[in-house]
Design a protein around this ligand. Structure first.
Ligand SMILES: [Zn+2]
Length: 243
């Protein structure tokens, strides 16, 4: 027999047999991270995967950190939504799954939205659940924050995940180039310092509180992220006409 075909010979860990290799057909858990900029359809994909799994009779838990709707749901900007459990900062995700088991509930998979906000320890717990409890774990989130550096949770996912998937729905900068950077915009200027976590929407919205109304996020290409050029469009929430 030749070595297992799923190991990548260029991978530094390729000497380690793939998890589940030689163990027959028993399903094994994998930790997957789907990442992309804002508005690339991460939550929509999360809900689609949940639907596909549930249709096969599998039972899952939907988890979210700092959901944009303000209530624990996984909600996509296309209008789909499902109730989810909010993951607190100190929540032990292994204990969470054990609690469900103790109550007789089956858990076959986990879907975690806004996974960039997980703590590194919580990502380690997800890896443990994939390895030891054979759960399928699907994480969705942003890779980098408004400073263009990896969120701690995303960094740990990059380090530990079995699969890293860049979501292929292209989000465009105002100039038409692919947008990969999530700029934080405060009163019309790109901000490059401050708290990593500041939940705000990608457009002004009527329900915004005075504290968050002037902070929003905008996806930019690298050039315009670097130069801070937000393009000839929204100023203070009003659409300017171009002549
Ligand atoms: Zn641009």
């Amino acid at each position: 027999m030749t070595p297992t075909p799923d190991s990548d010979p260029t991978d530094a860990l390729s000497a380690v047999p793939a998890f589940g290799a030689g163990r027959g057909l028993a399903p094994t858990g994998r930790l997957r991270f789907f990442f992309g900029p804002m508005d690339c359809g991460k939550s929509t994909l999360a809900l689609q995967i949940d639907h596909n799994q549930a249709r096969q009779g599998r039972r899952g838990l939907l988890l979210v950190r700092h959901d944009r709707s303000g209530t624990p749901t996984i909600s996509s900007r296309m209008g789909l939504a499902r109730n989810a459990l909010e993951v607190d900062e100190d929540m032990d995700l292994c204990a969470l799954v054990r609690d469900h088991w103790a109550r007789g509930a089956r858990v076959d998979y986990l879907i975690v939205d806004e996974a960039q906000f997980l703590s590194p320890d919580q990502v380690d717990q997800l890896a443990e659940l994939a390895d030891d409890a054979h759960l399928e774990v699907y994480c969705f989130g942003l890779a980098t924050d408004f400073r263009s550096t990896l969120f701690p949770g995303s960094q740990r996912l990059v380090e530990l995940a079995d699969e890293l998937n860049a979501i292929q729905v292209e989000v465009l900068c105002w100039c038409g180039r692919p947008g990969r950077f999530n700029a934080r915009v405060h009163d019309g200027d790109v901000v490059r310092a401050g708290d990593t976590v500041l939940v705000a929407d990608t457009a002004p919205h009527p329900g915004a509180t005075p504290d968050t109304a002037e902070v929003r996020y905008q996806v930019l290409c690298r050039t315009h992220y670097r130069t801070g050029d937000l393009g000839p469009h929204l100023v203070s929430g009003r659409q300017l006409s171009l002549t």
